[in-house]
Design a protein around this ligand. Structure first.
Ligand SMILES: [Zn+2]
Ligand SMILES: [Zn+2]
Length: 332
């Protein structure tokens, strides 16, 4: 039976700041947020929602509910290059002629920056499966089931400006500054409005604590994420507007919750390694997460497990078994 899809919805958070809640086709993550901010000459839009059939109409529906129009957008900024945050950048810019600002890391592969060919994204997933010890037949089945899934990105476009520290975004709520927060993705940024202590946190810090790290682009995304948490904590934000879920207060408490969960996951990883001889990521993941690994959660959980293993290896607390084909791990 087809699942009832949500519809785009808009709501005012503060005078001059609106949450645009946009549907996603992913059952565990049914929606994402874009944020509209009033500016002197129109609207600054932060993030876009994913591109799929009807997705521009969902964005327009959400804007219409709060009395805004897409044509008012004069600047689009994106927190990071996941499809649910920048997938509609091209059609929004085509439609409005707005400026488009985003941070990319040109030294990294195209797919780290939200682009690249579908086959390179699939190749990366195959590599994650192999490094995790997933049997070849299961990898083949996964590829067969996912190879025709759309990317969620309408078209790759180049930003007009690199969204990096020093860039300022002028709005009626004041000036927003840019803060690099790699970890969730290598080029993730958060935006901060200092006088009001407002943080647009993207997927770096969410209201319902949930961790994800892009694997394979940088040596240690977990370490980057922890450093980024410290950086954002120092901003002392009062209200966070995140990429998914409702706005939330107690930003420091949420940051602390993220730190705690990372450390719990690493301890669970070490405990799982200590429980038996050299083991693969696939073998230890059920012990870490308390879930069996399936087609549905495998890519998500194995990606994170590999990130923890590499972080522990760099810390000297785990090592790859030299006889395990590079895939089996032990605690040190
Ligand atoms: Zn993301
Ligand atoms: Zn997201």
């Amino acid at each position: 039976m087809a699942r009832q899809r949500e519809l785009g919805r808009g709501e005012r958070v503060l005078p001059g700041l609106w949450r645009l809640r946009l549907p996603l086709p992913w059952p565990p993550v049914p929606h994402c947020n874009a944020w509209a901010i009033a500016a002197s000459d129109g609207i600054v839009l932060v993030d876009t929602g994913m591109h799929e059939p009807g997705s521009m109409a969902q964005l327009e529906r959400a804007m219409d509910q709060v009395g805004l129009q897409l044509d008012q957008v004069r600047l689009l900024v994106c927190t990071h290059a996941h499809s649910d945050h920048w997938g509609q950048a091209a059609p929004i810019r085509d439609r409005t002629g707005c400026q488009f600002w985003m941070h990319r890391r040109p030294e990294l592969p195209d797919d780290a920056n939200g682009g690249g060919e579908r086959r390179s994204a699939i190749a990366r997933r195959i590599e994650i499966g192999r490094q995790s010890g997933v049997p070849e037949a299961a990898i083949d089945a996964f590829v067969e089931r996912t190879k025709d899934m759309p990317s969620g990105v309408a078209r790759e476009i180049e930003p007009d400006l690199e969204l990096v520290p020093g860039v300022e975004i002028e709005t009626e709520l004041g000036t927003w500054t840019v803060h690099e927060t790699p970890g969730h993705t290598p080029s993730h940024v958060c935006l901060f409005q200092a006088e009001r202590r407002l943080l647009i946190s993207g997927d770096h810090v969410l209201g319902r604590i949930s961790l994800f790290f892009d694997y394979g682009y940088t040596p240690d995304p977990v370490a980057e994420f922890l450093t980024s948490l410290d950086r954002v904590d120092r901003l002392d934000a009062r209200l966070a507007l995140s990429g998914h879920g409702k706005p939330f207060v107690d930003v420091h408490g949420h940051i602390e919750g993220n730190r705690k969960l990372v450390h719990e996951r690493m301890e669970a990883t070490l405990a799982a390694l200590a429980a038996a001889g050299p083991r693969t990521a696939l073998e230890i993941a059920p012990d870490i997460y308390g879930e069996t690994i399936s087609f549905h959660n495998g890519a998500w959980l194995l990606t994170q497990t590999l990130c923890y293993l590499h972080h522990l290896e760099r810390d000297g607390r785990a090592r790859k078994d030299p006889d395990g084909g590079g895939e089996r791990w032990s605690s040190v």
